[in-house]
Design a protein around this ligand. Structure first.
Ligand SMILES: C[S@@+](CC[C@H](N)C(=O)[O-])C[C@H]1O[C@@H](n2cnc3c(N)ncnc32)[C@H](O)[C@@H]1O
Length: 254
């Protein structure tokens, strides 16, 4: 995946390019990030990247000309690396006003060959840039952070998990919470017993079918307890309904 990132703080992206699974995906060329700083596209002697909003009010906006020039440069650079016939690169603005990112949107976005991510700063961007340059707005959730970098890095990290070859075990992203609509079941590692708390016996049994059922039951139960809204949005299969009912009975009689 080719990513052009427009940001006033390119150094922040070391968090995804140097560490963990996303760092490995960058080093192996699965994810290719190119950073574009609007400050490099300024023409005034102070290299200003902010400007006052018309009509007054608190705060500043990102200065329009360097912003538009850096978006155009990012789009050109990313499209140059495109396979022939690839779809036009979309420009995504990370914004609290966008559609909230969910696992199913991450899975869709992760299929794209390229994208430009615009990280806002200050009070955001001129509305004409929004209308003329931005194809999609995506949000982390209903709260405001100080800049789009953390949101862009979150998106990049989450999309990396769905690039073939990025994870040690291909199937693990598909078993993560939300991928099948449910929360992941609880997990245990060594030691087998700690402070009087034991690992559930079924996990030591070696009986794969019993373990599958136990995990599905716990996954349904965790979702029922922590995120009942997710269950309401699903239609459960017969086995799932039965296991959830068993979980509820166990829970209520404990
Ligand atoms: C201080 S915010 C600007 C908020 C804007 N004045 C508003 O109220 O809609 C600065 C930048 O942080 C980013 N940002 C803030 N909250 C975000 C969120 N929930 N999701 C994604 N990006 C966000 C955006 O890129 C935004 O341009």
């Amino acid at each position: 995946m080719q990513l052009g990132i427009v940001t006033l703080f390119p150094a922040m992206f070391a968090a995804v390019t140097e560490y963990g699974i996303s760092g490995r995906a960058v080093r192996s060329g699965l994810m290719n990030l190119e950073l574009f700083n609007p400050r490099d596209y300024t023409t005034d002697k102070h290299r200003s990247v902010d400007d006052k909003p018309f009509g007054g009010g608190p705060g500043m906006l990102m200065k329009t000309e360097p912003l538009m020039a850096s978006i155009a440069a990012a789009r050109r650079a990313v499209e140059k690396k495109h396979a022939a016939g690839a779809d036009k690169t979309k420009v995504i603005y990370l914004s609290p006003q966008g559609k909230t990112l969910k696992q199913d949107s991450i899975i869709d976005l992760a299929q794209r060959e390229s994208m430009v991510l615009l990280c806002g700063r200050y009070q955001g961007i001129d509305n004409r840039v929004l209308e003329s340059e931005i194809d999609e707005e995506w949000s982390l959730g209903d709260f405001v952070i100080s800049g789009g970098e953390l949101a862009a890095m979150t998106l990049i990290d989450a999309m990396t998990r769905f690039q073939p070859g990025a994870l040690g075990d291909e199937g693990s992203a598909l078993e993560d919470s939300f991928s099948n609509g449910l929360l992941h079941s609880p997990e245990y590692t060594r030691p087998q017993s700690i402070n009087g708390q034991d690992v559930p016996e079924v996990l030591l049994s070696g009986d794969h079918e019993a373990i599958r059922k136990w995990r599905l039951k716990q996954s349904l139960g965790a979702t029922w307890l922590k995120r009942p809204d997710l269950l309401q949005a699903m239609s459960l299969e017969t086995e799932q309904e039965e296991l959830l009912e068993q979980f509820k009975q166990d829970y209520l009689h404990d």
